[in-house]
Design a protein around this ligand. Sequence first.
Ligand SMILES: [Zn+2]
Length: 260
Amino acid sequence: MWSNWWRRRRAQQLVWDRSLQHSLIAQLPTLAALPPSDHQRLAELTAEFLVDKRFFGADGLTLEPRHLITIATLACWPILRLGYDALRGWRELIVYPGDFSSQREVAEPIGDLELVHEYTEALSGESWDRGPLVLGWEAICEDLQHPEDGVSVVIHEIAHKLDARTGQTDGLPLLPRPMSVSDWSQTMSSAFAGFRATVERADPGEQAMLDPYAAESPAEFFAVCSEAYCLRPDLLRGSLPSVYALLDQYYGLVPERATT
Ligand SMILES: [Zn+2]
């Protein structure tokens, strides 16, 4: 069971150590390259996140400020322009020390019957629609050691949360005005189909630009591209320029100022 939890506090009572956030920002070149006004905004959003969400440590993990501030900072980075409302509608975060297992079911039709396969999968992150966000701390630390890989399990799961705001997790998040649903769908569908074809051709040169897991579904494609947009915008812009431009309209983090 959950070993502890983080009580909600009134915003004006929340005291937290900004130096933890400063050293985290210094580890992430594209985040560090954003202007000081964005870092101030990030601190405000982080404070709001820490007040709004409840953290639970699982499997004996005792949560400390470094866990909470690291996760809150990474979760609020993608919503610097979207605003905090983009993260409402869910409250709990469950943090495991390492990967955790999740029960899965896959149904296979056999004539008029349906055969249900049940299996257990090891995960480092999982987002439940309107439910908790589940994370493995070890994977978060590994991501932070290699930002050049363009991978972040926290940003990935936050992208799923943003995606789910429409009521469906299908790769189409709730778009801010004046973005158009049809432009989004056309650009993402065509880029997803193209990426899937490269994965099916098993062309390692083309695949190297993005985790092949992005070919699983439009929702995973959006989540993986969101990680790349934040951490390796140069790679995303070079390999999928239309997706880069669309995500830049959505997230608006102008990361081209960053050097990676
Ligand atoms: Zn995913």
